[in-house]
Ligand binder design. Sequence first.
Ligand code: HEC
Length: 119
Amino acid sequence: MRSRGTVSRQVLPSLVLAGLLCSSSAQALDIEQQRGEALLQKMCARCHAVGTGGESPNTQAPAFRTLGENKLYDPDFVQRLQEGYSSIHRFMPTFRFEREDAEAVVNYLEAIQAPRKPK
Ligand code: HEC
């Protein structure tokens, strides 16, 4: 296959990586993070605001961008995603993530955390 005038498939991943190294902002989601986002959209979006904007459909459910570092860097978090997250809150159905998916999800969540505003 020849690519005409477009960025070749070999170059693209390294461009994405370079973008990621330069900024950890939500603008440059890598492929794994995009997969994490897609999973969350599918499984969680009916209650939680998944992305960088919008309100949660379920007013009790925190928007994912507000989870904050404490939650995301909790070493149990990835583990709990794999074991079924229902223990965390009662209204939520049990979810089980494969290890790779759990990591993709956390990766994405870390990327979208709203910058802390000084109050
Ligand atoms: C049926 C609605 C519903 C779905 C679906 C749902 N959640 Fe929740 N979630 C809630 C509610 C309500 C809360 C806040 C109340 C609570 O903690 O019990 C919450 C809270 C949370 C919290 C914060 C808990 C804490 O310890 O502070 C996290 C993290 C979370 N959800 C992750 C997820 C993930 C990841 C998914 C998808 C895999 C998901 N939720 C799907 C309703 C839902």
